[in-house]
Write a protein that binds this ligand. Sequence first.
Ligand SMILES: *[C@@H]1O[C@H](CO)[C@@H](O)[C@H](O)[C@H]1NC(C)=O
Ligand SMILES: *[C@@H]1O[C@H](CO)[C@@H](O)[C@H](O)[C@H]1NC(C)=O
Length: 521
Amino acid sequence: MKHIALTTLALGVVAALDAQIPLGPTIEAGNTDSEWDLNVLPNPNDTGRFIFDNVASFLQHWPNARYRNGHSLVPAVVPQGTILYHGRGDGTFPSTPEWLATDPEHANIFCLGKVETGCWQLTVAAVRPLNVLYFDGSGAAKMPDGAMDTQDLVAWGEIRPEKYIDEIGRIEDLCKWARKHNVDGLMRMEMDFEIMFCDFHNGLEIVSFLQLHTFDFEPPILPGGPQLMRHVFDGSLHYSHVAGSWHNRAPGDTRFQLDLTRMLTFYDTDLIPSLVVQRAGKHRWQHRLHGISSKDVAIALDRLGGMFDLQPSLHSSVDWTTLFRVLVERYAGRLEHIRDLLLETEYDSSRTNQTAHRVQNVLTSMLRHYAVFDAIPSGEGLAWVTPVFELCARTHTKYISSLELSYSERILLSSFETTNKEICRVVTTMWANGVHAGLDEIIPVSPKATPDALRAVVRGWEESVIRLMAWLDWSVWVRCEPACDLEEFCYMPEWPWLYKGDEDEGVRNRPQPKCIRRYVD
Ligand SMILES: *[C@@H]1O[C@H](CO)[C@@H](O)[C@H](O)[C@H]1NC(C)=O
Ligand SMILES: *[C@@H]1O[C@H](CO)[C@@H](O)[C@H](O)[C@H]1NC(C)=O
């Protein structure tokens, strides 16, 4: 029951955020006087937090099943010796572009034939580093409403929703682009990761080509996710889905090495200004590339080609993936813990004092190392806390920002800074309000807050932390709650395994995890 209550309470604030109703002060961002003003909210059009979450989620199954509409394209290398799998109905070695899976459980779905003749599974090894282009999101979800947009642009230079099921046309045209730029394949995700590989005679060596047992299988009626789903779930849970879940969380599928010094993101508002107005007032669920101007498409494709054709630009050797992960690890668990402490106390005001002290302790753990000796409450307001805010917001990137960075790295830096700064703004304000209320163990303040004032602090914290978590919208916070039983599997509805009820528009367009049974009795 607890979790239902927490969610219900959180929803009011999230709904307000959805509709972009500002909560609290609403001073416009942008002028330098206000740079370290704790009351300045981020501009709702700013996409830094989306870029941050995309980058922090690359190659991970869970977040990319949740937000299917990819916005990023990143060059990647598949190292020499990596094993890849291809399932098919005959024993002919592919002479045209075909699909390779990273996990055999995924390839095995395509190992189809008759019980009498069996099917074939080809296993290959990369004989050299393979160059691929990674599309984030669920690019292999054959759906017309955004999941395939980035591929459409590369294949056809425009969004072609009517071609969402034209897998042959798509792979042929993507490979035409790939050949021009010396790219071996294009990588994307559905229930697991796969590569659309352009030439099986170039870069691969056969490890085995096996004739396997199969069962008579009615091919799914596409795009009938539900038909295929029923076939699968009326048996037991399909292992192609389970295999994808092995890459659910960081570090994701490490068989691909991304080069983040070269990345194209359609959340780049300088490069792709035409999408700003398309996104205005919409929730992230609805973000896609539809409505992009042809001028912006040309610029994006030019930059994408240049990423492969031109000499690499100057760049740093910063490990961006780790930098982003550090921020998520530092804050994800503690913000969630604070929210849960506060929401639980809603029902029991006798515990307000205890909760307030506990929350202040967590806040202090986040900021103690920035709480310089001179920062002590003085006079009205929170001006005294500015040095803490600034240290919190700048420490991770002060040095990096002095380096020579590639264009893509500057986008990464800016998205990190935007995200980090908003976390620091909120957390510093919460902490300072706790200090003012006399809750801090080290910084004495008198008189201490009255019970009413304390309740007001606690209510303010609750609103702040819920708002911050909704703004960040990290997939690490999206789980099956309560946790699933042993006989269950925590499942994020995704194409084509849409489960009973998932055909419903609301569920289909805003996937939420749920426990499903592993076995049908
Ligand atoms: C956000 O973008 C929309 C569309 O371009 C614009 O109308 C609006 O004024 C922008 N909002 C802010 C706060 O900049
Ligand atoms: C509030 O909690 C703190 C720490 O748990 C405790 O020291 C203090 O006595 C409590 N105050 C009241 C009024 O209960």
